[in-house]
Write a protein that binds this ligand. Structure first.
Ligand SMILES: C[S@@+](CC[C@H](N)C(=O)[O-])C[C@H]1O[C@@H](n2cnc3c(N)ncnc32)[C@H](O)[C@@H]1O
Length: 200
């Protein structure tokens, strides 16, 4: 699946201007997010961790005309670049940026989401996962990024608090009887989580 001209331009400008451009999911994972959005026939997407808006644009491109992406961010500089690119296309109108700590935003949200993408501060991953379960539609999917953490998840004891937080997230999901989950080894590892129903 080719990267759109808008996503490519945003990726290149992010690489030129931002200190940590590797935070973007990139074209391979972007294509995966797009396909997942289409597979679950999502109309409402929630993203935790927008950065400059690269993954949010992929979601918006995959959604139907009336679909919406709510995306959470704390960093003004990143959001300014995202706003600039969202304004360049009618697709950008599907995206609503919520500034402020994502947990506060998640607590304030109403209604259910078909796809929730967790890709912000690792220390809060378990909190984001728990709140996501309240916000997930019955047929929806939670995607959690960086669960391999460059292979560091295998290290015991965890070398730092971010690794420990991702290890805790992986244990929490694996032992949660309410969900089924699988690890997709695209890029830095994505956990795909859905609610069990009576057939699973
Ligand atoms: C890995 S980047 C997101 C990358 C983005 N999904 C993409 O592919 O372009 C994580 C982002 O989460 C933001 N962030 C960190 N802590 C946050 C918090 N508590 N609430 C909301 N956003 C946060 C950071 O500022 C950063 O831009």
């Amino acid at each position: 699946m080719p990267e759109s001209d808008l996503c490519r331009a945003l990726r290149e400008e992010t690489q030129r201007r931002m200190e940590s451009p590797q935070m973007m999911v990139g074209p391979l994972e972007g294509a995966f997010l797009k396909v997942m959005t289409q597979l679950v026939q999502a109309t409402r997407v929630l993203e935790i961790g927008m950065f400059t808006g690269y993954s949010a644009l992929y979601f918006a491109e995959a959604l139907p005309a009336k679909g919406t992406v709510i995306t959470c961010e704390v960093d003004e500089e990143s959001a300014a670049l995202a706003r600039m690119y969202f304004a360049r296309s009618p697709i950008g109108k599907k995206i609503e940026i919520r500034m402020g700590p994502a947990l506060d935003t998640m607590r304030s949200l109403n209604g259910l989401f078909d796809l929730i993408f967790i890709d912000a501060d690792k220390i809060n991953y378990v909190n984001y996962y728990k709140r996501s379960l309240d916000l997930l539609s019955p047929q929806g999917v939670i995607l959690i990024d960086n669960v391999l953490w460059d292979g560091n998840v295998l290290k015991q004891p965890a070398p730092d608090e971010n690794t420990a937080a991702i290890q805790e997230l992986n244990r929490t999901v694996a032992s949660d009887p309410r969900v089924t989950a699988t690890l997709v080894t695209v890029r830095d590892g994505i956990l795909v989580v859905r609610l069990k129903n009576e057939k699973t």
